[in-house]
Design a protein around this ligand. Structure first.
Ligand SMILES: *Cc1c(COP(=O)(O)O)cnc(C)c1O
Length: 427
């Protein structure tokens, strides 16, 4: 086959052997074959161009195929491609740990590597359970928010409150008690629920997405309320796990959503923008106190959890470059610009009769359409098609349209996203 023929019918060839995630293959429309990505743009096999308004699930924050990062990856793979991380260490992992500790909340001291978001949460939960086990204090319950999302492996799935797809696995999940998210007016009620849960169960950890619940539809909650909950959990000796897989690396306006909190989480989970969308890698960070509870003359008190590709040097190299870009003048300027434009757009559409609850935080913008619809139902597909046919990749969650663009998005590309949303509101 000639190259051009090979590329031409990617979608047809896809259908033969591929099984896509989150897809009902009987009814789903064909996927789109993307053959190139650069900056905030994607191109399909027919040459159509799309603005990546959600940075490919909020990963590619410094733009696709960013030369600063691809150059670092190229240099790294010519020097040291991969080596196992048990018994060996390497410079990219060490340097990344130093860079991260410098920007993470002050209480974070240790960096544990995994290879995707779900496994970062999985490791965090196992760390919390074993922390107490090592102290001969058996704890079997987790606390998590309603409608949270933490990933698709069993521990992460257990903590997730978006249960519509957990059905077949329900009886195999860990024990989890749920709290509503704190808003301005319900913190006293939630605190009472927390006391109740803590007295009737032995709770190891409270797992949460700080400030923004991504998969739930970019739902915001109160930093003050979350802070109160963390404080109370820590008084009750329940470890706090912040899942910053979506919120991390500048999206909420600060480096981490936890930077808005006075009381810091004991454990943090990072992935997605960690590697600028260039490589699957994740991190579970923790305090010295947690790490110390695994020190013992008994081997089995160590943390026996590993993934073959833990601390992959290429992922570490991408992450180091990403952290350099995050703090660069150019990216800081772009983040401030997007934040300001989002705020203007929210003010503009807030009173529109089709819009409920327009909101923004940092570079995250979301609005709920005043209509009822299923999370992955027909209307949501129509919305998706509406945006894609106009060259904008936005993937509404239920009736929530959200924008989370790469920091490097050009002014006119950002404008086009807003104009397309306005067009939708006028149809
Ligand atoms: C994406 C995400 C995860 C899961 O990460 P994967 O890499 O998809 O396993 C977990 N928590 C949050 C908040 C996420 O956004």
């Amino acid at each position: 086959m000639k190259d051009s023929e090979q590329i031409k019918n990617l979608v047809e060839r896809d259908k033969k052997h591929l099984w896509h995630p989150l897809t009902q293959h009987k009814t789903a429309s064909s996927p789109l074959a993307i053959i190139k990505a650069k900056g905030a743009l994607l191109w399909d096999e027919d040459g159509n161009e799309y603005i990546d308004g959600i940075a490919s699930w909020y990963t590619a924050m410094y733009g696709h195929s960013n030369a600063y990062i691809t150059n670092a990856l190229t240099a790294q793979m010519q020097e040291l491609d991969f080596v196992m991380f048990s018994g060996f260490t390497h410079k990219p992992a060490i340097e990344l740990s130093e860079r991260l500790i410098a920007i993470l909340p002050d209480n974070q001291e240790k960096i544990f590597f995994n290879d995707n978001g779900s496994t970062a949460v999985e490791a965090a939960i196992k760390m919390a359970l074993q922390y107490y086990h090592n102290k001969s204090d058996r704890r079997d319950t987790l606390i998590a928010f309603e409608a949270g999302f933490h990933g698709d492996t069993f521990g992460a799935m257990s903590a997730s409150g978006l249960s519509s797809y957990n059905g077949p696995f329900e009886e195999f999940l860990l024990k989890v008690e749920r709290l509503p998210v704190p808003q301005e007016d319900n913190i006293d009620v939630i605190l009472e629920q927390l006391e109740m849960i803590a007295t009737t169960n032995s709770c190891a950890a409270f797992v949460f997405e700080p400030l923004v619940q991504g998969a739930a539809g970019m739902k915001f909650h109160s930093a003050k309320g979350l802070n109160t909950l963390i404080k109370r959990c820590q008084e009750l000796d329940i470890l706090c796990i912040a899942d910053e897989i979506m919120t991390g690396f500048g999206k909420t306006g600060k480096n981490f959503a936890s930077d808005y909190l006075e009381n810091k989480p004991d454990i943090m989970c990072l992935s997605k923008a960690l590697t600028a969308g260039m490589f699957p890698l994740s991190i579970t960070s923790c305090t010295q106190t947690i790490f110390d509870a695994f020190l013992s003359d008994e081997v089995a008190k160590g943390f026996f959890h590993a993934h073959t590709f833990s601390a992959h040097p290429l992922g570490c190299a991408a992450a180091i470059s990403g952290i350099e870009l995050l703090a660069s003048e150019e990216i800081l300027e772009r983040r401030a610009y997007i934040q300001k434009e989002h705020e203007k757009f929210v003010a503009q559409v807030s009173n529109h009769h089709k819009v409920k609850n327009a909101r923004s935080l940092g570079v995250i913008l979301a609005l709920d359409l005043d209509t009822k619809m299923d999370r992955y139902g027909k209307l949501r597909d129509e919305l998706y098609q509406f945006f894609m046919s106009r060259g904008v990749n936005l993937r509404p969650l239920g009736n929530t349209v959200y924008v989370l663009p790469p920091y490097v998005i050009a002014n006119e590309q950002l404008d086009k996203i807003y104009t397309t949303i306005l067009e939708l509101l006028e149809t």
